[in-house]
Write a protein that binds this ligand. Structure first.
Ligand code: HEM
Length: 91
């Protein structure tokens, strides 16, 4: 689903969003405006499989990152619930 020719850009947009969302500099907002994440994900078919795969990969990244337990827990819950919110079809 991600743009092959601009994977680095996609990574940067997600990173900037997370930095802003957790209290860091608002670079994401300055460059992209209001997140409107559900609307921005509408062009992609996000069913249960895609949602679960995305969460699985993010959880793997969290494992590699070795954050303190409470940070890890908070991010896991945030990713899980936001990813469910992004679903726009059943399967
Ligand atoms: C549920 C599974 C998800 C899938 C399959 C998915 C897929 C995608 C794809 C294909 C893009 C376009 C890449 C780009 O050019 O930027 C994108 C953008 C983005 N996604 Fe997701 N995403 C998922 C969940 C999430 C979640 C849970 C978050 C936030 C925690 C998130 C945050 C973002 C952001 C910030 C962008 C860039 C939006 C923009 O400014 O254009 N995504 N996502």
């Amino acid at each position: 689903m991600y743009p092959k020719e601009d994977l680095q850009g996609a990574e940067q947009r997600l990173a900037d969003f997370l930095i802003y969302r957790f209290g860091g500099p608002p670079t994401y907002i300055e460059q992209r405006g209001h997140p409107r994440l559900r609307m921005r994900h509408a062009p992609f078919a996000i069913g249960k499989l895609a949602r679960d795969r995305w969460v699985e990969l993010m959880n793997r990244a969290l494992e590699e990152s070795r954050f303190p337990g409470d940070v890890d827990q908070l991010l896991r819950e945030f990713f899980g619930s936001t990813a469910t919110f992004m679903r726009n079809r059943p399967d």
